[in-house]
Design a protein around this ligand. Structure first.
Ligand code: ZN
Ligand code: ZN
Length: 307
């Protein structure tokens, strides 16, 4: 067999060489495993640490800037350089290159990216990328700081202002419940409370939060519920219509086993079902009334003190 040698460096090569005319070392130099743009630019949110390249904002969980940079590089740079998923990458942030703004925000740095073939770790390549970070507020934090953003309205009403104490309790409980949800997901919050003659409106940041609150209240109170929705726009990112949901909750001014007066007659509340109330009068007569009956402003319902 004739001797074979590398066309670039002249070294002898055998049949295991990756190319008929090149040794392994020269082949890797001529055919880098991946190629990256020399500079990379992202936006990061000042308040929450979400990051973005165009419109969509991504969450890293911790919001830590090093983690943001690594996530963003994987998401926007390395994914497309590794379409066949055959390369494993390691990202090294060069701390000596960290450049901070006057407000102490990391605004630029150099990053070394090392990648190797999963099936043959001796085939590796590295590239340097200059990273720049611009800071602004993401959509969610803009809304949060503005304090007036809402997508759904929860209307809580009683039939008469004398029953406002129920509303006060519900507001306190609902705020505590919403705060817990907000701690886990900062897109869910109560934007504003608006007073009304017979109750309040809670303006909520998402329809999802509305559904959570309604099922939470359902587990504790009896009320009549009416849902309506109104088309308010389109989510172009997700390609679907955006609706503003309105839910009206009308609370019964009593609980099971309460004694009440209706226009001066005394009744005992025997049970409350999904939309009906069973009452007993003094003579032990049974009465069944729809919820709607109790929201008629003309009848006067009062809780008896001897409950
Ligand atoms: Zn060679
Ligand atoms: Zn944010």
């Amino acid at each position: 067999m004739p001797r074979k040698f590398c066309a670039i460096c002249g070294k002898d090569i055998d049949n295991n060489a990756p190319h008929f005319g090149m040794c392994f070392e020269c082949y890797v130099i001529e055919h880098p495993l991946f190629e990256l743009a020399k500079s990379f630019h992202i936006k990061a949110c000042l308040d929450c640490g979400r990051y973005s390249k165009k419109e969509t904002w991504y969450n890293t969980g911790s919001g830590d800037i090093n983690e943001v940079i690594e996530d963003a590089l994987h998401q926007f740079l390395l994914k497309s350089a590794n379409k066949s998923d055959s390369i494993e990458f390691k990202i090294i942030l060069n701390e000596n290159s960290f450049n901070y703004s006057s407000k102490d925000l990391l605004v630029s740095l150099d990053v070394k990216i090392i990648g190797w073939l999963k099936e043959n770790q001796s085939i590796l390549h590295e590239e340097d990328v200059a990273v720049r970070i611009d800071y602004e507020l993401c959509k969610n934090c803009t809304n949060l700081r503005g304090g007036m953003y809402f997508l759904s309205i929860l209307q809580i009403r009683v039939s008469n202002p004398i029953h406002f104490n129920i509303i006060d309790t519900i507001i306190n409980e609902t705020y505590a419940y919403a705060e817990k949800i907000f701690q886990k997901d900062d897109r869910q919050y109560i934007s504003k409370l608006v007073d009304h003659k017979n109750g309040v409106d809670l303006l909520l940041s998402t329809n999802e939060l509305m559904n959570h609150i309604v099922s939470y209240l359902k587990s504790k109170y009896s009320f009549e519920l009416k849902r309506t929705k109104k088309l308010v726009g389109r989510d172009t990112q997700k390609g679907r219509n955006l609706y503003r949901l309105k839910t009206l909750i009308r609370l019964l001014p009593f609980k099971k086993n309460d004694t009440i007066t209706i226009n001066d007659d005394i009744f005992h509340i025997e049970s409350i079902s999904r939309n009906k109330v069973i009452l007993r009068d003094k003579l032990d007569n049974k009465l069944i009334k729809n919820f709607t009956y109790f929201f008629n402003e003309k009848i006067k319902i009062r809780l008896r003190d001897d409950n």
